[in-house]
Design a binder for this molecule. Sequence first.
Ligand code: NDP
Length: 334
Amino acid sequence: MIWALVGASTIASQYMIGALRARAGGEVRWVVSGSEDHARRFAQDHDIPETTTDLSRALADPEVEAVYISSTNEKHHPQAMAAIAAGKHVLCEKPLALTTEEAAAMIAAARAAGVTLGVNHHLRHAGSHRAMREVIAAGRLGRILSLRVFHAVHLPEHLRGWRLDNPAAGGGVIPDITVHNADTVRFLLGEDPTSVIAESATSGMGQGVEDSAMSVWTMPSGAMVFSHESFTHPFTTSGLEVHGTEGSLIARGVMAQDPGGEVELITAEGRSALPFDTTSLYETAVGRFEDAVREGTEASASGRDGLKSLQIAMAVREAGRSGTRQTLDYGMSA
Ligand code: NDP
């Protein structure tokens, strides 16, 4: 598949260019950036033949089948709408957009144009999460009682820019990390929260945006969910626990970009390590996106998944700001 990158970003540089090229025939033809100099340097570093500051030039290339959008969050919606209008498939970074209305418009436009829209929720493509989902779906934990996500990190120095001080660009830990937690919980439990309560805070890094949040979600099955995310924790590790009437899963180091970590299954038979596939999360995500394009099926992390994770994150933000329970209605993502 021939791709155009929209956004000369860190995530494209560190993970996605390699993932896009990993498949046979995978080619990155263009990089589109707001800065000519940055685009040229980025293209040189990554051996990308074409650069432009004008998105329409890349979209006019008839050999470009798909675009990968990893610009700052406020640009996702207009750039995706332009790509869809040009008949390109779109793999868009999370959060899909700044507002749920924008995300819904992207989904409607992709449907009308007959192109595939995917969101880069990488965690559901991790072998660890897929193995945990199989255990849960097979009923090995019995009835699920609770799930707790620990996704507090120490934001690396080189990413301490717009995420920490620019609400207009979609900064804040909730659009950045709560969306991933939301997608992971939905993927693991196969259900969507009906309401959330939350607290959010600035604990040392955020300027005008929250850098930490904790929330509790009500699930239709009655399972309780707890989600913790932060940019400011230097010494912790990420993790996730799922507890059922017949067993528990304890996972450490799995809310990550690389396919590591460990997962332990505890039942009446004792404790055992859960084995899982360690293929790159991003290569799996791109592979499945391309399969969806070829087969005309919904992406494995679809636009609707991106909208739902955004709805949940926005509900968490509003609950934290207002101090009131927020009810979720998924009518717009139908
Ligand atoms: P970066 O800050 O690295 O890049 C965002 C934009 O900033 C770029 O697109 C570019 O703008 C501009 N930029 C970056 N470096 C420079 C520079 N040296 N000079 C000029 N402009 C520069 O962001 P991230 O890579 O961290 O995040 C990008 C998107 O990807 C976000 O939407 C984020 O939420 C998502 N993300 C997803 C992850 C995942 O695992 N799914 C992980 C990390 C991020 P321009 O568009 O003009 O080129």
